[in-house]
Design a protein around this ligand. Sequence first.
Ligand code: C2E
Ligand code: MG
Ligand code: MG
Length: 728
Amino acid sequence: MLNPFRSLTIRLTSLLVAMVAMSILVMAGLGYTTVDRVGERSAQSRIDHAARVAAALVNTRQPHRFEVRLDSEGRPLALVLSDGTGEAMLEPQQGDAALLSIIAEANQGAASFYRLREATGEFERYATTLRDSQGKPTPAWSFGPAHPAYGALVSGTVHVGQVPMMGRLRLAYFVPVLANEARVVGAMSVDIGWVDDLVAPRDSLRKAIGLWSAVLLLVVASLGAFIQMLELRPLRAIARFSHRFVSGEPERQVPGRGRKDEIGDVAEGLGRVIALQSDLERLAFSDPLTGLGNRTRHFADLKALLDEGTPAIVLLLDLDRFKEANDAYGQSAGDELLMRARDLILGELEEGDRLSRLGGDDFAIISPGTADEKTAQALARRLMARLSVPLQLPQGEVYSGCSIGIALLPRHATTTEEAHRKVELALREAKARENGPCVLFHEALNEAVQNRAKLARLLRQAIENDELTLQMQPQIDLRSGRLYGFEALARWTHTTLGPISPAEFIPVAEANGLIPALGQRVLEKACALARQWRDAKFDFGRISINVSTIELGQPNYVSGVREALARHGIEGECLCIEVTESVFLQQDEADVTALFRSLRGLGLRLSLDDFGTGYSSLGYLNRLPLDELKIDRAFVQSVDQDPRKRNLLAGILAVGKALDLTMVAEGAETEAELAVLRALDCGVAQGYVIGRPVSPLMAPIEGERLCGAFRGAKTGAPSQVPAMTRVA
Ligand code: C2E
Ligand code: MG
Ligand code: MG
């Protein structure tokens, strides 16, 4: 049930009515008692007056008969018979009626004489002016001990008060009549009329007070309620406004704003809260740097479109060289680049299209109204063209370029999550492609992701079950023709999927947190093999193991290596660690230097793998404690047929020589390539022309044979390479 006291109007009115009622009751009570007291006092003074009048009249009319005894204020205390003997009785006399009627008239009441009958002990009225309701003389009457005046009279004192008479009450003054000092012989009474007649004006005054109090209360209550309703109306308007605002109705001016009272204050406060809320909302949905919508805004927009069923094109755009710009020119250049990219993108959008920045260099575009593939691709191409020009920033020129993933709604997704996942897949694919930085989502991408997830699952099991093996690829010292070492390459053959290339499973291991466990297995196997070969007196040189940058980032990597060496009782010199140039990108130079120093402290050699393909800085090469550079296969392939490539290779080798590093050329596949390497005085070579990766069991045999073959080759004898390649 609705509680009426929830209403402020009702509560305040009730309070007001209660307070007014209380004051009226107090006032009325005071009025009542005052009226009572005044009535009583006036009755008292009238009866006193009547007694004095009676005393005076008795004194003047019958002085011979009575001696009137008075108190200090002239009120009669007793009428004493003047007889003097003390034996006299109060007997009716001729002038009694006249005396009583003068007294009664003077007092506008009645007067009576009583004599005390000794036989009965009662006061018997023998003369009176009292008449009944019809005006007839009242019959003889006497009163005894039950009468309120009786006790006082028989003891010779006056009685003043209400006395019963003919079924009603009269206010009377009884004076005893004494024969001498002590003997009571009768009484005289004077009265001023019927009590109920006397109090009638007082009662009507009381009634009037009650009535007017009630009327006043009613008037105050209704007036109070009305005024409050009137006064609280703006407050109710504010309450209605708040409800509407909360239920999402468009914002309007808060009612009551500008008033100079408390309601104005409330409205002002509410106005500020609303302003704050919209500020917060704006902040929550916008990107502070570019002023575009943020990730939350983008997802909210996507959801709204999907809920409405509106077809839309969704583009995810990633700047290709944002990080480089940031690294090269600092964060302010990165910020500037983002703003320029924003402006360029906005220049290609049409009305209704929405651009948000999801974070970093990721922009999302929603173009509602169409989900046409060609339109989407045309838009993506226009955006790519816009962003493929060099941008002049205050800090320098930046050529950013971009990759774009495209998804069409609702064709590709029905939920925001799915839409975003698919457009991200398309973008990832676009980034992975060399030439074609715009990819429309297609199911194969999804399958590829599913396959990668499956592969990760299988790989985890394979690592746990120690199913991965190593193959050893020999490296030859080109100057001496001796075996220089072996590179340990991980191999995984799945029971149903068959052999899986490390180029495929290593990135999966890296992306799924499996690389530390995988690396640990490889390290263990390499150490065990080194120990086994050393014990067998096989001079294998060193075993190179590939270590992912993620592995190097593990806090306990160095101690893990130290423990492995100790466990297998081998020296650090047996191992060489190959890291790629990505180590410079992902880790702080000081950390990398400290790490390399620690590894070198264990006696290990350090090699920079795939040199030339990644992020190269000659400064790093100079500062870092490296032993070896592995020149990527790309620089070796067909080097014999391309003079420019040959020059490049010569340059790289010169750099290595200047830095006093051992240069290892990877991927030499032909004799001609090997001849160029020799001619350019490259220290070490590795490649199919020398030997393919072989099982650890075959490696010593392979090593022995290679030594002979290359010593021969060094002296100019025909190469044995074709025979060796058959071994692999
Ligand atoms: P990488 O360290 O540059 O290894 C050399 C790769 O080139 C090996 O491929 C090897 O088989 C291949 N190769 C050697 N000579 C020739 C040649 O003459 N011609 C051609 N076309 N290829 C040649 P693989 O074994 O498939 O390994 C690929 C990559 O996987 C490796 O590149 C390395 O980065 C990574 N990898 C392999 N094993 C491990 C490992 O145990 N741990 C880590 N973290 N990465 C590994
Ligand atoms: Mg390697
Ligand atoms: Mg390599």
